[in-house]
Ligand binder design. Structure first.
Ligand SMILES: Cc1ncc(COP(=O)(O)O)c(C=O)c1O
Length: 458
């Protein structure tokens, strides 16, 4: 799995002051402290939303005063949540019996999806009580998928991902890992590390064939943390089927606070049918006014992101999300090309390529734009030439230098993902609304200067 050096904050020992200070003094103190941070809009590797219009901010403040579980007091919030669930189920072509939940993000959603799969498998296989269940995950899965295995005592069977498999789940590694104790396959749309989509339709076909041969029916969960709001709005998507149109897709999650444009912290999970969640997991609570049936890992939570999500759905509509997705993909294409034109970098991500050599990745032209079924991210490394001439040059130094320009661009290592099993050092840029052409120019100028300075010192 991709890795990076950990940087643990220093432990500080302070106590709550004996006497309070005025709001002005404290406000100024905190603002001054935060002003030293990288401005969130310059945090270029992050997926989460950093920009809201004035009305959205007011709606979110009103939402933050409402606690989600208090459905009797705040029926508006419960209504927004149900409508968001229904809108997403529609967007992903769910049949009418769907069931959905709001979570604090994709991590919680993935944990719920995994827990439901495990319990479902246990109930369907009472004679396997002494067997350890297993789950199939790609080496490109986010850490929250690994948590499903770790926290719920399920064996993780990891399918390799590498340059050879187009940086996505390697179909060839699937069949050998399946058996009667496999609770499900987790696939990613798209990869946190490179932006590629897993071959969901192809995996589904392999599982159909496996069921035909063995009788074992293995479901798919799609971790669409980012892609759930990108794939439905990508023009080339007509041939790329990844959602509930595939009968084997049992559940899908998305982060509302990424390309859904909601504020932190909200995620969503939709199951094809409510029956996929064993009844024993739907706990009823009635100590607040009203009884509710609940499947979640926490209780109290702010209504702000739910209100923010519903606001965005109404404010943008399908046309708004579509337009924005095209624009982000277009800018990702442009930025990739400009980075490669510096002569120092080559991109692993495919936002700028017309032909992507695996899965269903024929790019198409629409309205003069090239659009690929990938996330609007740019993941790049030093070119072979630069690495050969300057073997000591590290992307962590480039990342540090960019920090001095007050831009954050993370770097990390794709362990063993190279064509011959070698590590690949990369940096990642995620396209968000704030990345205007002007900012892109600044980033290119700064990173070019940073590399040239480092090469002079090398
Ligand atoms: C593919 C994938 N899954 C899950 C997550 C976790 O999402 P969240 O931060 O919403 O919990 C991420 C975060 O980047 C992700 O990229």
């Amino acid at each position: 799995m991709p890795s990076n050096e950990s940087s643990t904050p220093q432990h500080v020992t302070v106590s709550i002051p004996d006497k309070g200070l005025s709001a002005e003094v404290v406000g100024e103190l905190l603002q001054r402290h935060m002003a030293a941070d990288i401005p969130p809009s310059h945090d270029l590797g992050r997926f989460t939303t950093t920009k809201f219009d004035e009305t959205a901010i007011n709606i979110m403040v009103a939402g933050s005063l409402r606690n989600q579980p208090c459905i009797e007091e705040y029926p508006s919030l419960a209504d927004f949540r149900e409508k968001c669930v229904s809108m997403l189920a529609n967007l992903w072509n769910a049949p009418s019996g769907f069931f959905g939940a709001a979570t604090t993000g994709s991590s919680e959603a993935v944990l719920l999806g995994g827990l439901a799969m495990k319990r479902q498998w246990q109930l369907q296989h009472p004679c396997h009580l002494n067997s350890r269940p297993n789950v199939i995950i790609g080496a490109n899965a986010h850490i929250c998928v690994t948590k499903v295995a770790n926290y719920f005592d399920v064996e993780a069977r990891i399918v390799p991902v590498s340059e050879k498999s187009g940086y996505s789940f390697d179909l060839e590694g699937l069949e050998d890992r399946l058996d009667e104790n496999t609770i499900g396959v987790f696939l990613t749309l798209g990869s946190t590390y490179t932006g590629h989509y897993d071959p969901i339709q192809q995996v589904s076909r392999v599982l159909d064939e496996y069921e035909h041969q063995t009788g074992n029916n293995i479901p798919i969960h799609v971790d669409a943390a980012s892609g759930g709001f990108i794939a439905p709005f990508t023009p080339s998507n007509t041939n790329f089927i990844w959602d509930f149109r595939l009968p084997r897709v049992q559940s899908i999650n998305v982060s509302g606070h990424k390309f859904g444009m909601a504020p932190l912290a909200v995620g969503w999970i939709i199951w094809r049918e409510k029956s996929h969640i064993p009844q024993c997991l739907l706990l009823e609570s009635s100590y607040l006014r009203g009884t509710q049936s609940n499947f979640s890992l926490s209780f109290s939570r702010s209504g702000a992101p739910i209100a923010g999500q519903y606001y965005n759905f109404l404010r943008l509509g399908l046309a708004g999300y579509r337009e924005r997705t095209h624009s982000l993909l277009d800018r990702a294409c442009h930025l990739s090309i400009r980075l490669e034109e510096t002569g120092y970098f080559s991109c692993l991500s495919d936002a700028h390529r017309r032909q992507i050599p695996s899965v269903c990745r024929d790019l198409c032209r629409e309205g003069g734009q090239i659009t690929a079924p990938v996330l609007p991210v740019v993941v790049f490394r030093l070119t072979d030439h630069v690495r050969r001439l300057y073997p000591k040059m590290q992307l962590s130094d480039v990342s540090d230098a960019m920090h001095c320009f007050r831009f954050s661009i993370p770097n990390y290592t794709l362990r063993g993902w190279g064509y011959h099993g070698e590590d690949i050092e990369v940096m990642r840029l995620v396209l968000r609304d704030e990345m205007t052409m002007e900012m892109m120019g600044e980033v290119i100028t700064s990173i070019t200067q940073a590399v040239e300075k480092l090469l002079d010192q090398a």
